[in-house]
Ligand binder design. Structure first.
Ligand SMILES: [Cu+2]
Length: 321
């Protein structure tokens, strides 16, 4: 009798251990808390390749702010510092967060710090931006960036592993940085910023441009694109290529195939795969096909060549400054 009881206890303990081990192996068990800290900085930046200065408002001193990358299920533990030396309130609005606009996204006065957490429940890519009033001005002056929430399932046939990844964030350039009402009305914009600079990666149209995106012929290049314009939709097109896949909102559940031009709404972030022909060097010009924007700087050269820099489009080199 005693022996039977003992074996039952061992059985239960064994089962519990087995269940715990199983739980440890489920994807939730790998979810982590990712600490992200940003400092609002009212500072000058260069908005073209010849060094023209602009009185920007930024996250951490650069347009766009840093790339935040987490995995579906992770908790983002975020802190925004607004130093006393600033003259305006600033805030953070992560489009990947489901929270309270009046609480987590509330403006932070100079000299104060805001701390909040959210769980990144839905995979995809999302814009983040300052939402302090006048919001159009805080975005136009540079307070935006991207958060990537990688799907917990990882890669699949439907969502193949890319060979290279690049982040491109487009914004409108308003030379009169104080004209908030003009920004709202879409008046006075004079160019398009790609990752903070007009013609940033386009030596064809700007001899001062020294950078391009690089890949090897035949590689799958994944572009994470954010429309951080104030009022303008982006007609996103790879000249001399076709998007192999477009993942609306960056989510593999929303996959389109064989797309020449895809309209990206203001504040939309979507993911675009392009695969160049194998075995020969080619070039693509990734543009906003709306001509005012393209001719104002929204052109990015993607060079597909055998001796592509092996470090570009990998690891920390997906947003090229
Ligand atoms: Cu701001």
């Amino acid at each position: 009798m005693k022996r039977k009881l003992l074996s039952e206890i061992i059985g239960v303990v064994g089962l519990t251990t087995f269940t715990m081990a199983l739980l440890l192996l489920t994807p939730q068990a790998f979810a982590k808390t990712v600490k992200v800290e940003m400092k609002a900085m009212e500072t000058e930046v260069e908005i073209d390749n010849k060094g023209t200065k602009y009185p920007a408002w930024t996250f951490d001193g650069a347009i766009p702010g840093k790339v935040v990358r987490v995995r579906e299920g992770d908790v983002v533990d975020f802190k925004l510092v607004n130093p006393e030396s600033n003259t305006h309130p600033h805030s953070m609005d992560f489009h990947a967060a489901e929270v309270d606009v009046l609480n987590e996204f509330a403006p932070v006065p100079p000299g104060e710090t805001k701390h909040f957490k959210f769980k990144a429940k839905r995979p995809g890519i999302y814009m983040y931006h300052c939402g302090a009033s006048v919001m159009a001005q805080h975005i136009a002056r540079g307070m935006y960036g991207v958060i990537i929430v990688d799907p917990k399932e990882g890669y699949s046939k439907k969502f193949p592993k890319p060979d290279r990844e690049y982040v491109l964030v487009q914004g409108q350039y308003f030379p009169d940085a104080d004209d908030a009402q003009g920004m709202i009305k879409n008046e006075g914009w004079a160019g398009s910023l790609i990752n903070g600079k007009m013609f940033h990666y386009d030596p064809v149209h700007d001899p001062n441009s020294k950078k391009v995106l690089e890949a090897k012929p035949g590689e799958r290049v994944r572009i994470y694109f954010v429309n951080a314009n104030i009022n303008e939709t982006v007609a996103f097109h790879p000249i001399a290529g076709i998007w192999d896949k477009v993942y609306i909102n960056g989510n593999p559940k929303n996959t389109l195939s064989d797309i020449a031009t895809y309209n990206v709404a203001v504040s939309e972030a979507s993911t675009f795969d392009i695969v160049s022909p194998k075995g020969k060097a080619t070039n693509n010009a990734i543009v906003d096909h709306a001509m005012r924007a393209a001719m104002g700087g929204a052109i990015t050269v993607l060079m597909n060549k055998m001796d592509a820099n092996p470090k570009l489009g990998k690891g920390d080199n997906i947003l090229i400054r």
